[in-house]
Structure formats: structure tokens, C-alpha cells
Design a protein around this ligand. Sequence first.
Ligand code: COA
Ligand code: AMP
Length: 659
Amino acid sequence: MPTYAADYAASLADPAGFWSGQAARLTWQRDPPRPVLSQDEDTGFYRWFRGGRLNTSWLCLDYHVANGRANQPALHYDSPVTNVRRSYTYAELLDLTARLAGGLRAQGVGEGDRVLIYMPNMPEAVVAMLACARLGAVHSVVFGGFAPPELAVRIDDAQPRAIICASAGMEVDRPIPYLPLVREALALATHQPACVVVSQRDFCPAELPEVPATVAGEAAATAPRFVDYHELLQAAPVAAVPLDATAPLYILYTSGTTGRPKGVVREHGGHAVALRYSMGAVYGLKPGETMFSGSDIGWAVGHSYIVYGPLLLGATTVLFEGKPIRTPDAGTFWRLAADYGVHVLFTAPTAIRAIRKEDPEGRLARQYDLSRLRHLFLAGERCDPATYAWAGELLGIPVVDHWWQTESGWPMLATCMGYPDALPARAGSAGHPVPGYQLEILDEEGQPVPAGTTGLVALRLPLPPGCLPTLWQDDARFQQAYLDQFPGYYISGDGGYRDAQGYCYIMGRVDDVINIAGHRMSTGELEEVLAAHPAVAECAVLGLFDELRGQVPVGLVVLKDGQTLPEAELEQQLIQLVRSRVGAVACFRQAAVVARLPKTRSGKILRKTLRQLADGEEFTVPSTIDDPAILDEIRAVLTRRGMLKEIGGSQLDPSCLSS
Ligand code: COA
Ligand code: AMP
């Protein structure tokens, strides 16, 4: 049995050799020729397995059906919000996927076309992803909590030939009709897809328009057709198209530091190899076992560990439509684990904090048979040690905090539970680098810092398979955003440190990205929205500590001269503006009016100082500040609004810094 130490060393000493070995565990339609790692001539970007041919949908479905898993459950769908539970065997999932692929092909969708998917966690969404992959079409799933303008930006960037959406999603207390949101987005977008495929939901069916109401006359000729998803399923099944390993499988948009999201690209070959490897090495899961990832298919975790990872392995995945609490109670995750015999549960610390708040004694968990649950994996945000300890005591199993990003698509730091020599996980730490990742903590000059010193978390190039090769149609942005700062490194945007025993700690973003309940949001983007309000002269959005969600955004706004709009009224208008432009998921619920914002003498707003002030952390007043008295004014406003935290160190637990 390989050890972590040996595999880690081998993955750095000879990346091509190590990943060739992992690639050999998959069935290729054409084996990747050597060398399996190459660099693009024009950009110098690394590419894995160029010249190899395979199809991810085939590996996820056809391979298992042909190898004894036809009648094994591939997916359990459990939706307490719509009162539906349904299981699909590998054979059933293959049949649906092959027929939807046939239906999409009849609508003109082919290799290289983009397909935007705007659906909640429902089996039809998973089938849609796999059907696109089957055809070589590139899917881009957009999280349902994003508002139409966000959808429109993604439509214009990805230029999809088709959009597949649900007629509605279901939040805890209300249905969310999706089709009106899609039509609003289409009215805002320049690009129009050829068709919009709608999956009808019984609780909120949508009337499919002949032509969209927003276009008439000549424009109607370019307007999309609206088609019923279930009609497409009547098509004859089609076979998987053999694809080049470097063909894009999907684009997943994530927040950058500006309002324009970044289109992270994932390629068929590297993705399949990396995910298949991670299922065993990181999660310790075997074919035939069950994984439940409490995430949404709109996020990277959902792509990798609800859909592709478990299916590539031949495992069973649980697709859950609901929340960790209130659907109907804080015992839902434990019920799912018991009902489906889950071996590995993966969720965000926020979900555990929410469960803990509702059921601090863990009474609900004790009502269920959790004997098969081996590990609880947490990611999406740093897990505070208190939550970590609570979950560990409650479940009596190893709790593993592990670190990754949309860009990597699979964990970069973890305690790799598939290896016999995995060191025990430690509260506050995301573990050790996963084989393939050469992690360094760098100072501002790009030099490695000693153990215990906080710095920029960077990865030495080449990144292993599965990580983004570039951004969708934007090599220059990829280069500038991740590679330019220190040649030879990928810069993660996170800060952290490594202790003397090699455990790594990720302490938060060093850029203008904040993390709300494990969801990434750009303060710059929110500031653009606030600044669009006619009364606002300038503003700063800060990610402030929140007990449940880790961080929540709070706006500080300066009014234009002569503006007399009462603060409460302005606050409500700003909240509505963010909901309608970005979406409810931004959780923007507080804004305060201030007379001025602290800036450097060159005019840069001191956001970090503001956040530290509001979070009650100790800080030194920057020597570059224009007028230190502004900080006292802001403290007074935050105190008046009850926004000031009394106890500092909200994000950093001192015990983690004692290394
Ligand atoms: N479609 C439409 N609206 C959505 C949505 C979706 N798919 N998802 C969330 N929203 C809305 C919610 O209804 C809520 O709206 P409101 O302001 O009108 O109440 C808002 O966005 C915030 O959503 P959420 O953070 O889910 O709030 P909540 O109070 O319903 O639930 C938690 C709180 C903690 C239970 C929830 O945030 C959670 O489960 N967090 C863990 C998330 C996670 O797994 N993240 C990791 C992803 S890898
Ligand atoms: P996303 O791309 O949306 O998955 O967000 C990635 C970001 O979430 C990372 O850059 C980190 O800031 C944060 N993150 C994810 N996992 C962890 C973790 N285990 N510990 C600390 N931060 C994390």
C-alpha cells in the first residue's frame, strides 16, 4: 500500500511519472502520449495528458454499467423541501443521460458548444451536466441564488447555445420561480441562446412562451425557443463522444476582486484523473460506498463531490435539496447519513455551526444510526476550533478540515485519509499539502518564510491535473491574476502559515474577496452596486465577523452633497439593490452612513483597518492614513448601529497561532 510520504515525494520529484500512474487507473479511448505534461507554446501554461482521448460522462456511467454496477445506486435524491425521494441506479442514470444528450443534440448542441445550467439540486441537473459532457458540450452551472444581472454576465461571457433551467427552486419557506429570472437575464444579455430547456416542477410549473415577451418583430428571429426538458428525454440515446483530454468539460464562474466573475475552466482529462485519485487518497472512499456532500451543484464542491468524484469512482452520491436546518430540523444531515449509509460526509463549517446552534446537545444526531459514517470533511471556509471540537465529540470520528478553491477543483491541503500514515488532523489546521501540490508560504518579496510566520499561500508550478489551465477565453487575466506576482508560482489569494510540524493554517483572504457561509463574494462587486445608488458618493464594503456565516458584508457609505435620505431608508434601498443585482445569497443586510472614509494620502480606502476596527481586533493605525480622526468618527457610527464587535480575534483563534 502506498504511503502519503512516498506518494507526496514522488508527486513532486516526478509529476509526470506520478500522474501517468494515476491516469492508468482510468479507461482511455486513447492513452495519453508521453510526456503527459506539456506547456502551451504561446502562453507557457501547463497542460496535462494532451493527445489522450476519453469522455468523463462515459467514465462516470457507461464504464460502471459495463463493469458490474448497472444495478447499484448511483444517486439518491432526497428533497425534504419538495417531499420527494428517489434513487437512480447507474443503468438508469446512464439511460437518462444518453437520452437527454440525444435531445440536446437534436436542438443543435454539439462538441465545444456551451450550455448554461440554472437549476437547484435536482437529478435533472446532474443528468444535464453528464449529458453535456457526453456530447463534448461545455456546461456552466450558475448557482440559483444569483440574480438575473449576474446570470446575464455569465450568459454573455460563456455565450451558451442552450440554457437548461428548472421552472422553479424551493427555498425553506417559498418557491423561487426560475424561468422569470432567466427571461430577465436574457433581456439584459447581448448574447441569446438558440434554446431554453425547462424542467418543470410540479409545485411551480412554468408556462413556456412561444417567443419571449421582451422581444418582438425582427428580434424574434434570434429569440430562443423554449423547450420542455422531458420532451428532450424522448430522444434516442446517443453514445459518448471521444474527446481530447484538454477539451473543456465545464466553466465555473467565481468571484474575483472586481465585478466581472472569473470563468474557471476544467478539462476532461486532468479533472477525471485528479478526482478519481482524490476519492481514494483524500476521502478514503472505495467503489460501492456512499458520499454525501452538503453543497450545491452551483459550487465547485457540488461539481466535484456531488457529481463527478463519486461517479468516477463507482460510488453512490447523495443529492440533497434542502438546508442543514429547518428542513425540517437540525437532524437532517444525520438522517441522510443514516438512511443512505453514508461513509463520508462533506459540508461547510457554517452548516455545522447552524446545526450546533439549533441542537447544541446533539440530541438529534443521537437518534440516528451513524455507525457507517467514517469521516466528516469540512471546507469552504476556515473551521474555527470550537466547531471542529463540537463535531468531533458529537460524532466520535475524525473531522478533517481541508482547503481548496474553485480554481483547484479538488483539495490542496488535507489530511489524506486514504493513506495509512496520514497524521491526525488538528483543530484550526487544514492539514498537509495533498500529493501534487508544492505549497509555499511567501513574504511580500516572494521569498519563503520560516515556520510560524504568516505569509501568502502559494503553489509552485506546475499545478497538478484538475486545476484550472486558464480562465475562459482570458489567458491574460489568468496570467495577471494568479501567475504574474511571483514567477513560477500560483498565488492563491489566501494568507496563512505552516507550523514547525508542517501543519498548514489558512487564515483568510488577502484580497478583496470575502467568504459568506462558504460562498465567495467580491467586496469590489458589492461596492459597484452600492456606488450605483444615486445618493451614494463613495462606499466601502467590509466582510465582518459573523458567528454563523463566518463573514457577512456590511456597507459604509458616504452621501453625495445635499443628500438628505434618512439612513434607514437608504439602507433598505441598498439591501434591495444588492438582492436584485447580485442575489439574496450575498446576505447583504446592513449599511451605515458615515461622513467620510479613512484613506491613505494617495486616496486608497483603508479597508483592512476598517474591518479590524469593526471586528474589535487590535490594529496599528497605518502611518499612511490621511486623517486618523476619521477612525474615531467611524467607531462612533458603528457603535451607534450596534455593528462594533467587542471581542477581537474573531477570525483568528489564538491557539492556532501558538506554533
Ligand atoms: N435560490 C434562491 N435563493 C437562495 C438560494 C437559491 N439557490 N440559496 C440561498 N438563497 C437565499 C436564501 O433564501 C436567503 O434569502 P433571504 O435573505 O430572503 O432569507 C439568502 O439567499 C441567504 O441564503 P442562506 O445563506 O442559505 O441562508 P439561510 O438562512 O436560508 O440558511 C445556513 C443559513 C447556514 C443554513 C445556510 O447558509 C447553509 O446551509 N450554509 C452552508 C452553505 C454551504 O454548504 N456552503 C459551502 C458551499 S461549498
Ligand atoms: P471557493 O472558490 O468559493 O471554493 O472559495 C475558496 C476560498 O474559500 C479559499 O480561497 C479560502 O479563502 C476559503 N477556504 C476554502 N476552504 C478553506 C479551509 N479549509 N480553510 C480556510 N479557508 C478555506
